[in-house]
Design a protein around this ligand. Structure first.
Ligand code: ASP
Length: 462
């Protein structure tokens, strides 16, 4: 007889099947179904989910829902309760080591399984962190603080401002480096906005996340945390950066400038790429190797400027063929103060949008053009379309990435509504968001695009 709480969350048909085969939540099982055989662990079921599926964690780490109607037999091969509980340990203090502050905002890196619902939820505790990645203590003294516990689609102006202020506080307190745990989905938006809100940082500010939660064997959480903490503690790079998994072979992480980085793959661990530039460097648990040398250097002073402001009435419009002007009209009528367009090619949209864009300009809305190709510059003097759009008052934003131009415009419009000043700020490069030229070899060679290329170029990296 199975104890009722051994079937956490399971009801109805699913509960009946588990009871029939005498298996429980956390049982290791071999399941024979009409769709084939599956081997894994039975996970708790969300209390709000249907009663027709059993959730199985496969050996690969993926969770699947098996329809109870397909189950022929379930055999329990083992049982270990709460596989995914992270052991808590007190972080050891070593006065000789640098002081690193880890600010948590949420995302997969701060996630673990919720035993009640079976879902991956944000959680964050210093003890858990050290319990799961003890190597961190070899690098520095880590203090942690949970600022937020959200998946990153829920980060926005309020959290950006709060994070910038927290960074300012920590720098004044004297930390040697800051790590910010963040969901990967919008990490590049936050990295960009912090590059503007936090100016002249004397210490490294390193954003980190993970694509796969730490309960999965292929998790990138530990590697990313070790690399980012190492950069925060030891590097001389005083910039806002993103430090994430590099090649798929677990060799190193890539270190990206906060304004030149983008999440480029929805599920690979190797997802962040520097766009329009080469990464700042490569980081492994034993070494930091810089690729670019023109970064700002670490300083002893605490002269950081925090400009934590944001005008929320700003939008990005990703142009697509056949876009109707009512999209632009809606932004005008709803009081938007700035629009960043991600145009086609060198920075174009179709003619039917022109009257709406003219009206937007006449209303004093700041209009900037970026390119949806991501690499390259808005060059609006090449074709008639570009020239027409510039006549309508749209300003090409050089090679600023669309998301970067978006957060920069929100930050700028919160400081001034004088359009000439807005343009001046937008076209001044604060943190490499605009560069004079883009390297032709940025993507594949330095970013682990192809292993054979890596091997080839290793010879020249001495
Ligand atoms: N959806 C998650 C987030 O961005 C994904 C992650 O953390 O990797 O918060």
């Amino acid at each position: 007889m199975i104890a009722p709480d051994a079937l956490k969350g399971y009801r109805g048909a699913a509960r009946d099947v588990l009871t029939r085969f005498s298996v429980r939540v956390w049982s290791d099982v071999e399941m024979d179904t009409t769709r084939g055989k599956f081997t894994g662990i039975i996970l708790p079921r969300s209390e709000t989910a249907d009663d027709r599926h059993i959730v199985l964690k496969l050996r690969t780490g993926y969770n699947i829902g098996v329809a109870v109607s397909t189950v022929k037999e379930i055999l329990e091969t083992g049982y270990r309760e709460a596989h995914y509980k992270i052991p808590e340990r007190e972080f050891p203090y070593d006065p000789a080591k640098p002081r690193v502050k880890l600010l948590g905002t949420g995302g997969t890196i701060a996630s673990r399984l919720d035993y009640r619902t079976g879902a991956v939820i944000p959680a964050f505790s210093p003890g858990e962190l050290y319990g799961s990645v003890p190597e961190l203590a070899d690098i520095g003294n880590l203090e942690t603080e949970k600022l937020y516990g959200v998946f990153s689609e829920n980060m926005g102006p309020e959290q950006w401002i709060g994070t910038a202020r927290a960074i300012g506080r920590e720098i004044e307190k004297g930390v040697d480096g800051i790590v910010i745990g963040h969901g990967t989905d919008t990490m590049h938006h936050t990295a960009a906005v912090l590059s503007f809100m936090v100016q002249n940082t004397p210490v490294p500010i390193v954003m980190v996340g993970s694509q796969r939660s730490s309960d999965r064997p292929s998790s990138d959480a530990a590697m990313n945390l070790i690399c980012s903490t190492k950069v925060a503690a030891e590097s001389d790079i005083a910039e806002v950066m993103v430090c994430m998994f590099g090649p798929t072979s677990d060799q190193y992480c890539l270190l990206h400038q906060g304004t030149r980085v983008r999440k480029m793959h929805s599920s690979y661990r190797s997802t962040f790429r520097t766009i329009g530039d080469v990464p700042i460097g490569q980081v492994s648990p034993d070494s930091i190797r810089t690729i670019r040398k023109d970064y700002r250097r670490r300083r002893k002073d605490r002269n950081v400027t925090i400009q934590a402001v944001f005008e929320p009435k700003v939008a990005i419009v990703q142009y697509y063929p056949n876009m109707q002007p009512d999209i632009i009209e809606a932004l005008i009528d709803n009081g938007y103060k700035g629009i960043v367009i991600a145009g086609t090619g060198l920075g174009h949209v179709n003619k039917p949008l022109y009257p709406a864009l003219r009206r937007a300009h006449d209303k004093g809305i700041a209009l900037f053009m970026t390119v949806q190709t991501l690499w390259g510059y808005a060059q609006m003097y090449v074709y008639d379309t570009g020239r027409d759009l510039m006549d309508l008052g749209i300003v090409p934003a050089e090679n600023m990435l669309p998301e970067v131009a978006y957060v920069k415009l929100g930050w700028t419009l919160a400081q001034t509504t004088d359009l000439a000043e807005v343009e001046r700020i937008m076209l001044t490069s604060y943190a490499r968001e605009i560069t004079e030229r883009e390297p032709h070899d940025g993507y594949l060679i330095f970013q682990a695009g192809a292993p054979w290329l890596q091997e080839h170029f290793r010879k020249f990296w001495k």
